[in-house]
Design a protein around this ligand. Sequence first.
Ligand code: HEC
Length: 303
Amino acid sequence: MKPRVKRALLSAFGLLTLAGAGLGAYAIPKIRAFDQSMAQVYDIAPPAIQRSSDPAVLARGKHLTESITACATRDCHGSDLAGGQSIDLGPLGTLSGPNLSNGFLTAYSDGELARLLQFGLKRDGTSVRMMPVQDFNWLPDSDVVALVSYLRTIPRIDRPNGPMVVRPLAKILDRRGEFIFDVARHVATRPRELAPPPSPSAEYGRFVARLCMGCHGDGLSGGRIPGAPPSIPIPSNITPDASGIKEWTYEDFIKLLNTGVRKNGLALNPFMPYEALAKMDDVEKRALWFYLRSVPAKPFGQR
Ligand code: HEC
């Protein structure tokens, strides 16, 4: 090999090694911090709650699992709550919501289940991975009772759970605050804010819209989910910008929520959980609409 070529190769190798070492120095502490945080046992006692068999309470619990909390959807815990389908998030990992209808939940006491829904803690007091508790921990205690009561009544279906894998990139993005996998840490850093009683208002819609933010971004302007592979569709802009829902009417919005068909006539990718949005009641849908119309318009992709 000519010395010049060899020198060039050596320096390229040197640069790559340096880049690799730099990346390692950046990534390794973040990955370690994530793992340590996930191993932390939180000192939060399970609340004392009283399960109910009142049909109105059970109906409220069913409604919540199918709408606002989106538990009972294809990509979360499955439409029958017996386990969601696995979502391959490429370099981030693979997500599969577990089966809530058999052994797994029966091991939880009612208080432990309430604590899971409010603080994102598993039975052993460590954090759950990725389950978006931050989207619904604004529900009042009476709704938590309704959820727990209803979950005790769902029929048992034995279906094995899919894989749940959180890869290093997911851990780094979590520590950078770009995506929440370490749920309890995130929930613990914010005071729990309770919603006002349901009403068709932007004020209530601000809470319902939390469900949208994991995908459409905190500012609701959409753009690629950080670290997600190209197989995951890109969430749209749902602010009142020209690239968003500026020209939409309430009728366009309701049609999308109920049928998954957009204003332009194109069907939505089912990754967008309109299954849950369709099940929202009239007050929730209107509240959501008023809130989306009230947020600052932003160009697409600012998340
Ligand atoms: C799991 C991720 C996810 C969640 C949660 C989610 N969306 Fe979406 N949404 C998407 C994706 C992805 C698209 C684009 C789908 C496509 O291109 O087919 C989309 C598209 C849309 C559109 C279509 C916009 C257009 O220009 O056609 C609207 C409206 C919308 N979402 C509203 C909502 C609302 C309101 C919520 C919360 C109540 C919500 N979404 C929650 C992923 C999500």
